[in-house]
Design a protein around this ligand. Sequence first.
Ligand code: NI
Length: 172
Amino acid sequence: MALLNILTYPDPRLNKVAKPVANIDARIRTLVADMIETMYEAKGVGLAATQVDVHERLLVMDVSEEHDEPLVVINPRVVWQSEEMVVNDEGCLSVPGFSGDVERHAEIHIEFENEIGDTHKLEATELLAVCIQHEMDHLIGKVYVEYLSPLKRGRIKTKLIKEAKEALKDNA
Ligand code: NI
């Protein structure tokens, strides 16, 4: 297994739209294992393939308290979502050091394949529902900061660009 590099906002590669996973094969299973390892290492509850610069519809999540229940979601399809909305303070591994309020559906039902190609249905509420919507947004090239006010988004962008430049200098 290997740790993968997580893209940081506003990297334009985060805006790419992912294609469906065509074959759930050894390459995908390796990617899944690496993404799970990377997510745990970064102490995140979710990671979309887009964030590690792989533009295929695949995400991993773990909202369990012990961080020992990884969920692998390949080619997710939304089957149903509630009219009821909830607002949560969201963070993202691609936007380190920040969080912001985002409105999401309170409940969402999805269908997807797992890493061995079995089709699953999932009726998600609470943190899992929020996480699924956040990660599925990544797959269409959308980072949660797009829901924030232009002012707050601008502040985040400026700070992260500055940090990236400083990191480059430190490594030079
Ligand atoms: Ni994210």
